[in-house]
Design a protein around this ligand. Structure first.
Ligand SMILES: CC(C)(COP(=O)(O)OP(=O)(O)OC[C@H]1O[C@@H](n2cnc3c(N)ncnc32)[C@H](O)[C@@H]1OP(=O)(O)O)[C@@H](O)C(=O)NCCC(=O)NCCS
Length: 272
């Protein structure tokens, strides 16, 4: 369960975040109720793998890929979206290119009817890494952030974090603040991605807990504790130099963490 998570250790050191126990995925995937699968994938691929993944994309995804100014970003987009298709297709037992997506009013992708409405997913990418979260019948959001130093972190926190979050941040020793900033940011983004609101939601209208010893928690949403209690938030360290967070509707779920390594387990395509 999320309180005793499959996140491996809950470190006794206050600065370290819980780590996932990343395992190779089994050949046959099943997704029981009340389980969240979190996938970690590198966004670097060989030329051959890139082409295979690109062939699984829908025309609108290919068009988006072509709009990137830098080739590196185009390649990352193709890998993230091709891999997302590959992962989801394995749960559904269909070809990756057969998946049809639709977007919510703020752009959150879901399966277009009549495909599996019960299978919920969310994607996040940052730097050379992506995370995909998958579950059944629960709204879900994931956010991944590569930690990098920048001068305006304090100003951004003042602008986008709630007073409670700013107080938490300021209470931490200087050396811990940058990582804590990204932890807070990823928890907040995971939540607004789970609801589908994205950054259209005022980010200072809700509070997350991310201080020392906190696994992550939604404290209140515009003062509404009941709404906050409808969600479980967990913060993670998916790789050195990155932080991430998951927001999942309800509680009582367990998590499995799967890793894909570059060029591995590409789908056998039937066509294209
Ligand atoms: C969703 C959002 C918070 C993502 O922020 P980010 O940190 O830059 O990006 P991440 O890598 O974590 O997530 C991006 C992925 O989340 C998914 N996503 C997009 N919009 C989403 C939303 N509203 N809710 C949840 N997930 C969303 C997509 O899979 C997207 O991947 P893509 O950009 O490669 O297509 C931000 O882009 C946002 O607020 N978008 C909404 C904009 C809006 O209001 N649009 C209205 C008109 S469509």
């Amino acid at each position: 369960m999320v309180d005793e998570p499959l996140l491996g250790r809950t470190s006794s050191h206050p600065v370290e975040l819980p780590e996932c126990d990343w395992a190779d995925p089994p050949e046959a995937l099943s997704l029981p109720p009340d389980r969240v699968d979190l996938w970690k994938l590198p966004l670097t691929e060989s030329e051959a793998a890139l082409h295979r993944l690109e062939r699984t994309l829908a025309p609108d995804e290919r068009a988006r890929a072509e709009r990137f100014r830098f080739d590196r970003d185009r390649r990352r987009f193709i890998v993230a979206h091709g891999r997302l298709r590959m992962i989801l297709a394995r749960y559904l037992g269909v070809d990756p290119q057969a998946l049809v997506f639709s977007n919510g009013p703020r752009g959150k992708p879901f399966f277009a009817p009549p495909l599996q409405a019960a299978l919920k997913f969310n994607l996040s990418h940052s730097g050379n890494l992506a995370l995909v979260a998958v579950t059944l019948n629960r709204d879900i959001g994931v956010d991944l952030e590569e930690i990098h130093s920048f001068e305006s972190a304090e100003l951004l926190a003042e602008q986008f974090f709630s007073p409670l979050e700013n107080a938490t941040l300021r209470a931490l020793p200087e050396a811990e603040r940058l990582k804590a900033f990204f932890c807070c940011w990823s928890l907040k983004e995971a939540y607004v991605k789970a609801t589908g609101d994205g950054l259209a939601r005022a980010t200072d209208s809700f509070d997350v807990a991310f201080g020392r010893g906190e696994l992550g928690r939604l404290v209140s949403v515009e003062g509404d504790l009941e709404e906050a209690s409808r969600w479980s938030l967990v913060r993670l360290t998916p790789a050195p130099g990155y932080v991430a967070a998951l927001a999942v509707e309800g509680s009582g779920w367990t998590m499995m963490c799967w890793r894909l390594v570059g060029s591995s387990r590409l789908p056998a395509l039937n066509s294209g």
